[in-house]
Design a protein around this ligand. Sequence first.
Ligand code: HEM
Length: 140
Amino acid sequence: MYEWIKALHVIAVISWMAGMLYLPRLFVYHCEAEKGSKQSETFKVMERRLMRAIINPAMIVTWLAGLYLVWAGHWYLSGWFHAKLLLVLVMSSVHGFFSRWRRDFEADRNTRSQKFYRIINEVPTVLMIFIVILVVVKPF
Ligand code: HEM
């Protein structure tokens, strides 16, 4: 059972990360589109579908499967898990910010620059690298 849930966890993680890496890239392109233009409306649909169909459900499955693994594997006392939990909480907050910024784009009230989204784009990448090292290498 444990191995099956771990497989589900990794599948959900891949989907969540795919969305978390792609959405800010869409924001970068969306900044270039004129408000009210056809292109801007297309980006809105792409962003909404990515968020609702992939990113949100994938995050929920990642959390549910991950919490099962912690409970079943008695990992809650391990140092690597505490560090991973902290980074995963940061990732979940970034998710929350993406959700807010997506709604800003949808309402044509985005004021952040393209450069801002380019920089933010790197945050989930860096978090993901450290999370995977922690869970696979378990350095402490
Ligand atoms: C959302 C909260 C999360 C919790 C509670 C959680 C917890 C866990 C636990 C307890 C394991 C089992 C470790 C083992 O059996 O050795 C695991 C496996 C794994 N987690 Fe997470 N995790 C979460 C999110 C994430 C995220 C965001 C990523 C990647 C960005 C990730 C990547 C992985 C990977 C790659 C494995 C498989 C490691 C292996 O088989 O050696 N997890 N997770």
